[in-house]
Ligand binder design. Structure first.
Ligand code: GAL
Length: 963
């Protein structure tokens, strides 16, 4: 049997799609408490005329799975039901919604529309038991005319929503399957003589500085157009030249209010003048290069799924602005309409994507893909029309995307044709039109660095068809997705940025993705936890692949976001002798309002600081300025000894939308004076005579110290393994085997040791040990030499790889487990890179200096526990617990991670809330670590970020300090 929700069809009984406007015509929100009944199958047995007075209540907008009915489920591309289009399983959770609607007084004449902004996935509507219509297109607005059905009294609105429908086949985006009325519902008054639709095009002519305003309106009455601020008046249908406008850009989002009116209705639109164009193989905005330093963004909140408050939407936009992000791809559907209003106002370039994905068909070689089946043609076109028509007046929207990962076929080609006819003012994007048959930009996801570089040089592999090849090679290219931010990562952002910078053809890209989609829950002991695929008992799921954002689910920034902010900063600086080089990467603004300051530090102690004179660098230009004499003076006056570092910061001098004055845009540092030669060069003291230990019982029989400063030592050993990051778990583009697999094959996860030799001397002890793994004949030789100097202990260690190694090491150093009554609360202070974590391919966000925080705060709360919290280039480190203080000084800069749990605990836990402190402080001191990469979807760690030493020598002094 075929249900009505299994009939391939655009909405039935719906109005033609039209622009979202702000109008003075009446609008009544129907959001709030609705009656609700849930059924596990499509046959709910509920009568649309039943007001449901005794049913439960539910909040609209919302998803029923997050209100206690049914359960969320996560799959990436796999359909969680048999591929049998257009059919769906009988187990088809269904929500019955009811509420009373009262037409407000004063809404006389004209027509009444019922508007749904988002219902997942298919629904049917009744008023007082009479059918109104039915629709799908979960993230697409639909309106129904209900003029004849509203009585003016209490009218019963009934909505039946099915979780699964034919439409589920074209909504296979990588996200939670969540159902219900999840965006707003409203009743609209459409006055007689009102404006049924409006299309505003506001171009900017960069040669004359004029704006060109053209308004098309659908109305039975004459329509006037007014831009009062500039004294401009005209009528719809004519092109109005507006002299000397300030253009709109994400940098300077200048909006003008335009009133479009008839006698019966006034629409007020805030529009910016701007022109997007593909010209000479480049993507241009107002004639200047348009480079996306963007992110992919889903509508998502850890508690409410895709139902977002205005505050949550605004928080996202402000968060992007504060991290130097200038663009968003609305993956993979039009966002909540308010989001675009915010992008216009705050300034973000938006690539709006149609609500369309059929990725699951790739698993059956695209057999039966709706994209190439004419039976789905009308449904496809309807989706594209609803996308374009709703958002066509948004200034921030600079490009349309036909959808995501839906293969290729006649229906997409038709959508491209329709879109370019309907809106020639914006280029068209679609990544899976690989030959660029119908699109205006060449798009790729997760290219390797080499591929991107080749594309930048117009040197990508040729297409079979020479004509198509020539055309594609002439198009600008963007990365609709790159740098997969799953778990700890992405590494390599700076490398991508350098390639984008090098080639005019490259229009930047959008990091995957803005936020983790963890759903908030409570762990067994009441601790906050974030759930991912499988946590709801789904039989088919894709685990933590949904946790791949730059924000944690609670919307705090991850280190990856700080890294992105530093890498894409609009101002770049470099210190070069007594010169500062300043590069302005803005396309439209000068650095006139940027506040440049300098700071001189000696081993992390501030010596002097000051402000630089105003530096004015034009858009996309570079300048050199001489540092003021005060810097030289301060350098001269600094006491001898120690490292002298100069830092220059560039901060916003005045507030910009979403960004306060004083917000640091960029930072550069240079070591101006090295410390006295380190003790690295000092030879190890000669081996002690093999004699009984006389070090006051400070060592055990295996030559391990019993205490370091105030901390009893529970363990000392070689440290090679790390709890694999999620990027370690995948091979990555262009590779066959993951780092984790290679590391496990080498036995790094299960090293055991054997003492080769112990020497106990009068003032020193030495242990030579061999580390290896079961079944493996390679390993490490470790020579640990402890020397006592007063109350200090010095450790000199030489680690050597033994056997044939051809792979990078997770890390190489020693680990100490110290007994501590409250390890998480212990204070950590260090001189080195910080404050955040750093790895060889992700360290741009950090700066050299003194940093201090608790051990707990030094952990990065990845939803899935994994390697984290490494700090680089550390000179010394101080640990202070209830037991007292311990300073660890390196004979050479070192890498350090201090944790209140072990690597094994970190590796075993599946959710952060499962990590328990056990009275130990784990101190990981290393000569080097391997970087992060983004192999979970993108390329693996580049060779420059891989740690491959064959022999290292490390030296540390352990100095007790007053707590
Ligand atoms: C892409 C896809 C995204 C997401 C990402 C991996 O292929 O377009 O929706 O699945 O991979 O996280």
């Amino acid at each position: 049997m075929t249900g009505v929700h299994e009939i391939i069809s655009p909405p039935v009984g719906a109005q033609p799609p039209r622009a979202r406007t702000r109008s003075d015509a009446g609008e009544l929100s129907l959001d709030g408490r609705w009656r609700f009944a849930w059924s596990p199958t499509a046959l709910s047995g509920k009568d649309p005329a039943d007001p449901g007075d005794t049913w439960d209540e539910i909040q609209v907008p919302g998803h029923w799975q997050l209100c206690g009915y049914g359960a969320p489920a996560y799959t990436n591309l796999r359909y969680p039901f048999p591929i049998d289009p257009p059919h769906v399983p009988e187990a088809n959770p269904t929500g019955e919604y009811r509420r009373i609607v009262r037409r407000p007084p004063g809404w006389d004449g004209g027509r009444l529309l019922l508007r749904f902004d988002g219902v997942d996935s298919w629904f049917e509507v009744w008023l007082n038991g009479s059918p109104v219509g039915r629709a799908s297109g979960s993230r697409l607005t639909v309106e129904f005319d209900v003029t004849e059905l509203l009585t003016g009294g209490d009218d019963l609105l009934a909505v039946r929503v099915h979780q699964w429908s034919f439409a589920s086949y074209v909504e296979d985006q990588d996200q939670w399957w969540l159902s219900g009325i999840f965006r707003s519902v409203a009743l609209l008054h459409r006055p007689a003589g009102g404006i049924d639709d409006v299309h505003i095009v506001a171009d900017y002519d960069q040669h004359t500085g004029d704006g060109l305003l053209r308004v098309e309106a659908r109305s039975g009455e004459p329509v006037t157009v007014e831009l009062a601020e500039l004294g401009v008046r005209g009528v719809a249908g004519e092109t109005i030249r507006v002299p000397s406008v300030e253009p709109w850009s994400a940098e300077l989002p200048r909006l003008y209010r335009v009133l479009v009116a008839t006698g019966a209705e006034t629409i007020s639109a805030d529009i910016g003048f701007r022109t997007v164009r593909v010209d000479g193989g480049r993507l241009l905005l107002n004639g200047a290069p348009l480079v996306f330093r963007g992110v992919n963004r889903h509508d998502f909140d850890a508690r409410s799924g895709r139902a977002l408050t205005r505050d949550a939407l605004e928080r996202d936009v402000i968060g992007m602005k504060r991290h130097n992000v200038n663009a968003v791809r609305t993956s993979h559907y039009p966002p909540d309409p308010y989001f675009l209003e915010l992008c216009d106002r705050y300034g973000l370039y938006v690539l709006v994507e149609c609500d369309l994905e059929t990725h699951g068909f790739s698993l059956v070689d695209w057999r039966g893909n709706p994209s190439d089946d004419p039976a789905w043609g009308e449904v496809y076109l309807d989706r594209m029309r609803r996308t374009v028509e709703r958002d066509k007046n948004s200034t921030s929207v600079v490009m349309w995307s036909l959808g995501n990962e839906a293969g290729w076929g006649v229906n997409l080609a038709a959508n491209a044709r329709w879109t370019s006819d309907r809106d020639p003012s914006r280029p068209i994007h679609y990544e899976q039109d690989v030959e660029c048959e119908a699109v205006d930009v060449y798009s790729r996801m997760y290219p390797t660095f080499d591929e991107l570089d080749a594309i930048g040089r117009h040197d990508e592999p040729a297409l079979a068809d020479p004509a198509r090849d020539v055309r594609r090679r002439g198009l600008p290219m963007l990365m609709c997705e790159y740098a997969h931010a799953m778990g700890n990562g992405p590494g390599g952002l700076a490398d991508y940025e350098a390639i984008v910078d090098a080639y005019p053809r490259l229009a930047g890209g959008f990091v995957w993705e803005w936020t983790d989609h963890g759903l908030a829950g409570e762990g067994p002991d009441g601790r906050r936890t974030y759930r991912y695929g499988g946590d709801f008992g789904e039989p088919v799921h894709d685990g933590s692949f949904v946790i791949d954002g730059l924000l944690f689910p609670d919307r705090t920034p991850s280190p990856g976001l700080s890294e992105l902010a530093a890498v894409v900063a609009p101002v770049r600086m470099r210190l070069d002798g007594d010169q500062l080089r300043v590069r302005n990467r803005w396309s439209f603004s000068t650095t006139e309002e940027v506040d440049f300051r300098w700071l001189l530090e000696l081993d992390g102690e501030v010596m002097d600081a000051g402000r630089l004179d105003r530096i004015v660098v034009g858009p996309l230009s570079e300048s050199r300025v001489t540092l003021p004499p005060a810097v030289r003076r301060a350098e001269r006056d600094a006491p001898a000894g120690g490292e002298l570092w100069l830092t220059v910061t560039a901060a916003t001098g005045s507030a910009r939308p979403g960004v306060d004055a004083g917000h640091v845009l960029a930072r550069t540092q240079q070591r101006r004076r090295a410390a006295a030669p380190s003790r690295e060069a000092e030879p190890l003291p000669p081996a002690a005579e093999p004699r009984p230990a006389t070090l006051d019982g400070r060592f055990d029989h295996a030559a391990r110290p019993k205490a370091l400063g105030p901390f009893a030592v529970a363990q000392v050993g070689l440290d090679v393994w790390r709890a694999p990051t999620e990027n370690d778990r995948y091979p990555g583009r262009g590779a066959q085997v993951s780092l984790e697999t290679r590391w496990r094959a080498a036995g790094f996860d299960r090293l055991v040791d054997r003492t080769v030799e112990v020497q106990l001397g009068e003032a020193s002890v030495r242990r030579v040990a061999r580390y290896g793994s079961p079944g493996i004949d390679s390993g490490f030789d470790v020579d640990c030499h402890w020397t006592a100097r007063d109350d200090r202990l010095r450790l000199d260690v030489v680690i050597e790889r033994r056997g044939e190694w051809r792979l990078p090491l997770p890390r190489l150093g020693v680990v100490l487990a110290l007994r501590c009554a409250d390890p998480g609360a212990a204070e950590l202070e260090w001189l080195g890179l910080g404050p955040g974590e750093s790895y060889p391919d992700s360290r741009s966000a950090n700066w050299y200096g003194r940093h201090r925080m608790t051990v707990r705060d030094a952990q990065v709360p990845y939803v899935v526990p994994q390697e984290n919290g490494n700090r680089s280039d550390v000179r010394w480190l101080r640990l202070t617990g209830p037991e007292g203080g311990l300073r660890i000084e390196g004979a050479q800069p070192f890498e350090v991670a201090v944790r209140p749990w072990s690597t094994e605990q970190l590796e075993r836990a599946r959710h952060a809330a499962e990590l328990d402190e056990t009275g130990l402080l784990w101190v990981h001191l290393a000569a080097g670590v391997t970087g992060l990469g983004s192999a979970s979807c993108g390329p693996p760690v580049r060779s420059s970020g891989q740690y491959r030493a064959a022999r290292v020598r490390l030296g540390f002094d352990f100095v007790p300090e007053a707590g």
